[in-house]
Design a protein around this ligand. Structure first.
Ligand code: HEC
Ligand code: HEC
Length: 342
């Protein structure tokens, strides 16, 4: 009898552990599944995922009213129909003003350790505040942006639901936008399916191109891992032959060895984000491959990995074909809002 009773207590104690564990997890909203080939998104402790926040972020991301004169949204320069870029060498902001650097894609920024070509923003939250008050991008001030949005009843309701306050600030706006951005994921490309064992997912040319990529050209020295970047900064010489070269990472670190170094971008969806490089100086993937084959552009900080590759014409074509096997899925369900809060 006693034995039996303690057995039941024992079972109850064991059973209680997962129950308690589940209970502790319960308030945390289920995060969206990531497409094949990508790793789990690390949601920041101070800005966890919720579906309502991601939806609010989507509305803000596409809403031109965040700009000074209601003409420019984040999506104007990072357009889902253009691989989340503007497919231009430099962007056009408020009142037709041109910027000095190419708009990178928003795809898979959840995996970025630093934001911007020179890495000057530490998080997506931090980054999102920049363009709103950049005079040549959205030409607003944080104060005017917040005042305008607080004047829209539909936004007041949504911010109240998501953050528990109608007195929202620029930080709440940035948190919602960053949450949306962390859902803009591209994976499950032919390459991922091939790696998962579906040998027909890539054609023969793409398989040859994969071998050039990893073995002959060793592109993975920098473009490695699920997002095809180690998130490091390198000098390839892009734009370094100009009269006033962009200092790149040097502007942030003041380390002379990093003059002209830029962040290694993802190669996912790369066929949709031309022109290429931080200055948009290369128009096609063929031009990119030629650039690497020549060993980049000579300058005093050229990365030691940058050497002529001696690729054959066939290698070059195969490499381009392989890069086209990196366009995938996981983002097509995200659409531009049909209407915005009133
Ligand atoms: C006028 C065009 C324009 C607008 C509007 C704009 N961006 Fe950008 N965005 C750029 C350019 C150009 C860069 C690169 C700047 C740099 O690296 O110095 C950039 C960089 C970024 C990055 C960093 C990506 C990376 O790989 O490091 C993110 C994320 C981003 N923008 C999101 C946004 C969000 C969110 C908004 C709206 C709040 C926005 N952008 C509005 C042009 C724009
Ligand atoms: C030494 C590190 C390194 C190596 C090796 C390397 N890359 Fe890059 N890659 C970068 C960096 C850094 C950039 C951005 C450079 C800039 O804009 O100044 C870049 C940019 C690119 C871009 C343009 C991306 C965009 O969004 O504009 C493509 C495409 C690309 N690389 C493909 C390749 C291929 C293919 C190989 C192999 C032949 C390769 N890379 C080897 C570091 C590297």
């Amino acid at each position: 009898m006693i034995a039996r009773k303690s057995l039941w207590i024992g079972i109850a104690a064991v059973a209680a552990v997962p129950v308690l564990f589940l209970h502790a997890q319960a308030p945390k909203a289920a995060v969206p599944a990531v497409p094949r080939g990508l790793t789990a998104v690390l949601w920041p402790r101070d800005n966890p995922y919720s579906a309502g926040k991601a939806e609010l972020g989507r509305l803000l991301y596409f809403d031109k009213r965040l700009s000074g004169d209601d003409t420019v949204a984040c999506a104007s320069c990072h357009d889902p129909k253009r691989g989340y870029t503007d497919q231009a060498a430099v962007s056009t902001g408020i009142r037709g003003q041109k910027g000095g650097i190419s708009a990178p894609t928003v795809f898979n920024r959840a995996y970025g350790l630093l934001q911007f070509w020179d890495g000057r923003a530490a998080s997506l939250e931090d980054q999102a505040k920049g363009p709103i008050q950049n005079p040549i991008e959205m030409g607003n001030t944080h104060e005017a942006c917040v005042t305008k949005l607080r004047g829209i009843a539909g936004y007041r309701t949504r911010f109240k639901q998501v953050f528990g306050t109608e007195e929202f600030t620029i930080d709440h706006i940035a948190k919602a936008i960053a949450t949306f951005e962390r859902t803009v994921l591209s994976g499950d490309a032919p390459y991922d399916r091939y790696k998962a064992g579906l040998k027909t997912a890539m054609n023969a040319q793409q398989v040859r191109g994969m071998n050039v990529y990893f073995n002959k050209a060793k592109c993975d020295k920098c473009h490695e891992g699920p997002n095809f970047t180690l998130n490091a900064f390198h000098n390839l010489g892009v734009g370094q032959d100009k009269a006033e070269p962009d200092p790149g990472r040097f502007a942030v670190t003041k380390n002379p060895a990093e003059f002209g170094a830029f962040k290694t971008p993802t190669l996912r969806e790369i066929e949709h984000t031309a022109p290429y490089m931080h200055d948009g100086s290369l128009r096609t993937l063929e031009e990119v491959v030629e650039f690497y084959d020549k060993g980049g552009i000579k300058n005093k900080n050229l990365d030691e990995e940058m050497k002529p590759l001696k690729l054959t014409d066939a290698d070059k074509a195969d490499l381009v074909a392989f890069m086209k096997a990196l366009s995938g899925r996981g983002w097509q369900h995200i659409t531009e809002p049909k209407e915005f809060p009133r």
